[in-house]
Write a new protein. Structure first.
Length: 450
């Protein structure tokens, strides 16, 4: 059996480790922090369950469910989002409006004009773009779906997913599935119809997406994988050197040293250049510092239920850039999942900063409150003080797949080709969502252990 060292115990590193361990492989995981999980950090404090990073996982395939169920103890912890969470709100003219969920709601929504809706339908007749130059998410959306839908649907969504700037993000790399719909089927509506026809209702491949978390928060996932890995995982460890010697990789960490057949690097893109490689790999990794990771502050607030006028009957609200507000959006965690706030109280998570307003992202709780409170007062009708406050500041939050991102992917491929036995995985390779990270680890782990 080959011996593998996995560097980094975020969701990518741990799920790769679990996939290999299940196949009977010999693995070691080295993590610099004392806790596992990386961006996934759930904190329980006086009845409130705070997610400092991601809030939920969107499961897109049955294989992923099977993978999660294979982690000892995880199946019984899984909880689905409550039905209210199906509503999403977008702010227009200073008010949050629900995103229409059917044709009737579409006819009466104040969120988009009738003309704007017709323009979206006209996408069906738009020809495929012939220009081969890379296109931004904003240009792609305006071209295919019109300006209004871009301003009041796509733009706020990008703030919510990437904390990013749609004018800079590349449609090809940031949303490869949408890019493929136009390229392979001529358009988004045509592509979606083709996909529906190819997987009819009741077919084995048909999977209804689920939004899930765990009773004690998302951290349950990394914690249970770590438990299953037992003493193969080293926490709070410092790697002193990584060197390729003949066909092996020598890693020295803490007071230990071992030879491995493979190393799988899963640290964030901005941390790659700090790894102590002994050969010229150190220089090769320095280029990935060019991947932008804007700062983001996640402010979690508890309120007495009666102190918020809005029914909070949804997943949360997103703020379009054109509304010129200082926050990106607000999640309603206690409406999404049960057990997130004490009885009679609600939990809100406010996102501040990102590419749109990096100057508002802060590690200072007073400043974050000064930004967030007036915004949520005006959008949700807050009539009482918060009963709970928790701030997490991410100096480097989410990698931005901007125009020209292909050069980073090519460089990663080249490193793997030129240095046999090294593999690089993470949210800068195959997508930023937890589902993307889990899927690529699962796929990769299966492929290399065959
Ligand atoms: C605020 C926020 C909200 C998000 N919301 C969602 C959401 O709701 N849903 C969703 O699907 N996704 C969400 N995401 C994205 C998702 O959480 C991340 O893309 C994903 O968790 C990244 O996992 P990873 O393992 O690739 O990287 P990381 O979680 O960054 O893990 C990398 C690990 O490497 C370790 N490391 C670094 N340097 C070293 C070193 N020298 N030696 C050893 N170890 C090292 C780090 O300590 C860390 O544990 C969110 C992200 C953020 C920041």
């Amino acid at each position: 059996m080959p011996k593998t060292c996995i560097i980094g115990a975020g969701v990518t590193g741990l799920s790769t480790a679990w996939q290999l361990k299940k196949s009977g492989e010999d693995i070691v995981v080295i993590e610099s922090h004392k806790e596992v999980g990386g961006a996934v950090q759930s904190i329980y404090d006086t009845g409130y369950l705070v997610e400092e990073g991601p809030n939920s996982i969107q499961l897109k395939s049955r294989q992923m469910e099977v993978f999660l169920n294979s982690i000892p103890g995880l199946r019984e912890q899984i909880i689905d989002a409550q039905s209210d969470a199906k509503n999403r709100f977008i702010v227009r003219n200073k008010r949050p409006y629900p995103v229409p969920r059917g044709p009737l709601e579409l006819l009466s929504t104040p969120l988009w004009s009738k003309l704007g809706c017709l323009r979206v339908l006209a996408e069906l007749f738009k020809v495929k773009r012939s220009d081969k130059n890379e296109e931004s998410v904003a240009d792609f959306s305006r071209r295919r779906l019109g300006h209004e839908f871009y301003d009041y649907a796509i733009n706020p969504l990008i703030g919510g997913i990437y904390a990013g700037n749609p004018e800079a993000l590349s449609i090809r790399y940031a949303f490869p599935r949408l890019y493929a719909l136009e390229n392979e089927h001529g358009g988004l509506i045509r592509g979606s119809i083709a996909k529906l026809i190819s997987t009819p209702k009741g077919s084995a491949n048909k999977y209804s997406k689920r939004i899930i978390s765990f009773k004690d928060g998302l951290s349950t996932l990394p914690k249970l994988i770590a438990k299953a890995l037992g003493d193969s995982i080293y926490l709070g460890s410092k790697i002193n050197s990584i060197e390729s010697i003949k066909n092996k990789w020598s890693i020295k960490w803490d007071n230990q040293s071992e030879l491995f057949d493979r190393i799988i690097v899963t640290v964030p893109a901005h941390a790659l250049s700090k790894l102590p490689f002994k050969n010229n790999l150190k220089n090769k990794f320095s280029q990935f510092c060019g991947i932008d990771h804007p700062p983001l502050s996640v402010l979690t607030l508890g309120f007495k239920r009666e102190h918020i006028n809005h029914p909070l009957d949804g997943f949360g609200l997103l703020v379009p850039e054109s509304e010129k507000r200082t926050i990106l959006g607000v999640l309603f965690p206690s409406s999404i999942f049960k057990g997130r706030a004490p009885k009679g109280e609600v939990l809100l998570t406010v996102f501040i900063g990102g590419e749109r307003n990096p100057e508002y992202a802060t590690a200072n709780t007073e400043k974050a409150l000064a930004t967030a409170i007036p915004e949520i007062n005006s959008l949700l009708g807050v009539i009482g003080p918060p009963t709970f406050v928790h701030l997490k500041h991410w100096e480097k939050a989410i990698p931005q797949y901007k125009i020209g991102y292909g050069r980073y992917l090519k460089a990663l491929n080249l490193i793997e080709e030129n240095y046999p036995g090294i593999h690089i995985l993470g949210n800068y390779r195959n997508g930023i969502s937890l589902d993307d990270c889990l899927s690529s680890s699962m796929y990769f782990g299966t492929k290399i252990s065959q």
